[in-house]
Ligand binder design. Structure first.
Ligand SMILES: [Zn+2]
Length: 402
């Protein structure tokens, strides 16, 4: 879909929202069109959403993902003027306020800054009126792009929780989800949607920030912490498992980041920490992942962890920057996803993997659409692959690769 089409659709959407008696706020990236779909920019939208929910009573919410990027719509019973005041305060005072656009609509028309007697927004680069710089194309596009991406990146790198959140946002805002929950649909899931994931992600991000160095050298402590985080996730989602696999992977990766500098040392650190996971294999299988690993001799995510996640660090992360389709073809073809297995059988899993491998070797990434459709049609899900995608983006950010 082109930007114009996306804008037109958004205009129609706003018209529909205008018939409601509520005040609507749209949260979107304040970025030039070439980077609006970048996961760094989608993360800014999620941060603004998280921040706004602290100051605005929420009545309804919706979201879209198209050429305009991720847009979250929030409805409140505040007056338009009051909502606009709170939004402007966030735009002006939050460290990433300049990277988001918070527009407020009441009765179908948008409330402008001038109605509040507030000056228009200024350009990031020259502090002149932003609208003027856009109109006269004052700045080179690559400079504006670089500025926005750097500001977003710097903010996300400040804490491990923010970096982990970025990984989870990158995963959640994929265009094709292979049966998983995304922005525009819930995949094959009927009991959760985008906002269930967002609720989970908001809790997890702040929880990951509580991890400290003590946990990095001790699997028992790490596991106890992981169980606590999981409990928070289930509370936020009313008992739905949104990120259990991602939590498991991110705990190891964050722990390795805190303990070691070089990639090789991090891999060794994870191998050493995970040697405790081996004990799980000797116990009566409790989870489906464990059961599947034992019964089918497959390479599950637990096996990847036992190997220090070396495949993710050394093979997958260096590929970040290729298209979403190409990255997913790599993941699907290499990972024995027990989530897929749970809804099908080993023959189906192998069929999907060889399909992805074939598209990869022929570089026919557009055909990933048909693979995505297959997952939906056959009610399959690829939750394990999604967790790896989130992990790869977390590591890539920390490595300076996004
Ligand atoms: Zn300017």
């Amino acid at each position: 879909m082109s930007i114009l089409e996306a804008r037109e659709r958004r205009g129609l959407k706003m018209k529909a929202l205008a018939s409601s008696s509520l005040t609507w706020i749209t949260i979107k990236a304040n970025a030039i069109s070439s980077i609006r779909l970048h996961p760094l920019m989608s993360s800014m939208v999620v941060i603004a959403y998280d921040e706004l929910l602290n100051t605005i009573p929420l009545c309804k919410q919706e979201a879209t993902l198209d050429a305009e990027g991720l847009v979250i719509y929030v409805a409140t019973n505040l007056s338009g003027i009051e909502a606009k005041k709170r939004c402007v305060s966030m735009e002006e005072n939050h460290p990433i306020g300049r990277l988001v656009d918070l527009d407020v609509f009441e009765g179908g028309s948008s409330i402008s800054r001038s109605e509040l007697g507030i000056a228009p927004r200024l350009c990031f680069l020259c502090e002149q009126m932003a609208a003027q710089c856009v109109r006269s194309k004052t700045h080179d596009i690559s400079l504006i792009e670089a500025y926005s991406l750097k500001e977003a990146r710097d903010y996300l790198l400040k804490t491990q929780g923010r970096s982990a959140m970025f990984g989870m946002v990158a995963e959640l805002t994929r265009f094709r989800t292979y049966g998983c929950v995304g922005v525009m649909h819930s995949g094959v899931h009927t009991d959760m949607d985008f906002f269930t994931y967002l609720a989970s992600l908001r809790v997890l991000w702040h929880q990951f920030d509580l991890m400290d160095h003590q946990m990095t050298g001790n699997f028992t402590q790490l596991r106890a912490f992981g169980q606590r985080i999981e409990a928070h996730m289930f509370e936020a989602t009313y008992g739905k498992n949104t990120h259990k696999g991602a939590i498991f992977l991110l705990l190891f990766a964050i722990s390795a980041d805190m303990a070691k500098k070089s990639i090789q040392k991090r891999i060794e650190h994870i191998r050493w920490l995970a040697s405790e996971v081996k004990k799980d294999f000797d116990q009566t299988p409790l989870t489906y992942g464990l059961f599947a690993s034992k019964s089918y001799s497959i390479v599950s995510i637990r096996h990847l962890v036992l190997d220090g996640l070396s495949w993710v660090y050394q093979t997958l992360v260096p590929k970040i920057g290729v298209s979403e389709d190409e990255l997913m073809a790599n993941i699907i073809s290499c990972i024995d996803d027990t989530t897929t297995l749970k809804r099908s059988d080993l023959a189906t899993l192998r069929f999907l993997q060889s399909w992805a491998k074939e598209l990869l070797s022929r570089r026919e990434y557009d055909s990933m659409k048909e693979l995505d459709d297959y997952y939906m049609k056959h009610r399959l899900s690829s939750g394990g692959c999604a967790d790896i995608y989130a992990l790869a983006y977390y590591i890539a950010l920390r490595e300076g690769k996004v």
